[in-house]
Design a protein around this ligand. Structure first.
Ligand SMILES: Nc1ncnc2c1ncn2[C@@H]1O[C@H](COP(=O)(O)OP(=O)(O)OP(=O)(O)O)[C@@H](O)[C@H]1O
Ligand SMILES: [Mg+2]
Length: 267
């Protein structure tokens, strides 16, 4: 890796931001708004790409937290490629997360903006002569903050996937303030896509906190891709955030227990 890419990663994304001048106008008001917005802790599950196992990993995290007795909220700001059931559109991601959480609250609040076409949500919305509601992308999570101890959010696609006319997944992650869990598929190419995701998170004006990486076996181990045997070690060597866990192909849990609550309250 080049020196500049490495130095970007060495900027610890979990570092503290500079203190604001307490006398600055609006400071107290802003702090108050931030505090209320972050009353509930959470994690934002992003992927290095679409189809890498975000829902699978997020559902396992949710189930572990629910088993531990927490009230778990689940939120997916927008979903495309939804199934038509009668007049309704069902997001299978929302359904999986909601079931893993023990079916709290209302399913439709898990993903308030659902579209049929399997393309980026703002494009899928256009196909239906609709528009993504940028405000609802942000405020839809409040339903869960109010009734949960912890909220697990699943992004759409990767960190730089568009979710609205002007919004990217990264913008929502910044708004919610939860540490990122980066799901990396265990296959050739994952070192590159994981580093690009970490760099994108660290390069924002306000770097996004990163809890760590979950390496996910999206294929059986013996599928002929030798990279699967090296990816964990390579990620551990090259990335500042830790590899939190590994999920084997068709496994029903991670390779080791993870204290998700502690991780969610780190930033
Ligand atoms: N560890 C695994 N073992 C077996 N199959 C897996 C594993 N992880 C993911 N899959 C399968 O790969 C597919 C994609 O996984 P998943 O839906 O979780 O990805 P995603 O990142 O949430 O996708 P999207 O971008 O559409 O939300 C699914 O069919 C899922 O069952
Ligand atoms: Mg998903």
């Amino acid at each position: 890796m080049s020196g500049s890419a490495m130095s970007t990663l060495e900027l610890d994304p979990r570092r503290k931001t500079r203190r604001r001048n307490p006398r600055a106008r609006g400071h107290y008001l802003l702090r108050d708004v931030e505090r209320r917005a972050r009353a509930t802790c959470g994690l934002f599950v992003v992927g290095t790409d679409t189809g890498v196992g975000k829902t699978r990993v997020a559902a396992l995290i949710v189930a572990a937290l629910a088993r531990a007795g927490l009230r778990v909220g689940v939120y997916k700001p927008a979903a495309s490629g939804c199934r038509r059931v009668g007049k309704a559109l069902v997001s299978d991601d929302a359904l999986a997360l909601w079931k893993a959480a023990g079916e709290p609250g209302q399913l439709r609040a898990v993903c308030p903006q659902r579209f049929a076409a399997p393309i980026a949500p703002h494009l899928a919305a256009r196909e239906e002569r609709k528009e993504i509601n940028a405000r609802l992308l942000r405020s839809g999570i409040d339903y869960w903050r109010k009734r949960s101890d912890i909220v697990i959010v699943e992004g759409a696609g990767g960190l730089m996937s568009p979710v609205g006319e002007r919004d990217y997944v990264a913008d929502l992650a910044e708004q919610f303030g939860f540490p990122l869990v980066v799901v990396a598929p265990n296959r050739i190419g994952t070192i590159n896509s994981t580093l690009l995701t970490l760099i994108a998170a660290a390069a924002r004006p306000k770097p996004l906190p990163i809890a760590g990486i979950v390496l996910n076996d999206v294929f059986p181990r013996d599928n002929g891709d030798p990279a699967v045997h090296f990816n964990r070690m390579e990620l551990e060597t090259r990335c500042v955030p830790p590899v939190l866990a590994h999920l084997a192909f068709e496994a029903s849990d991670f390779d080791a227990p993870v204290d998700w609550v502690r991780i969610a309250t780190l930033s």
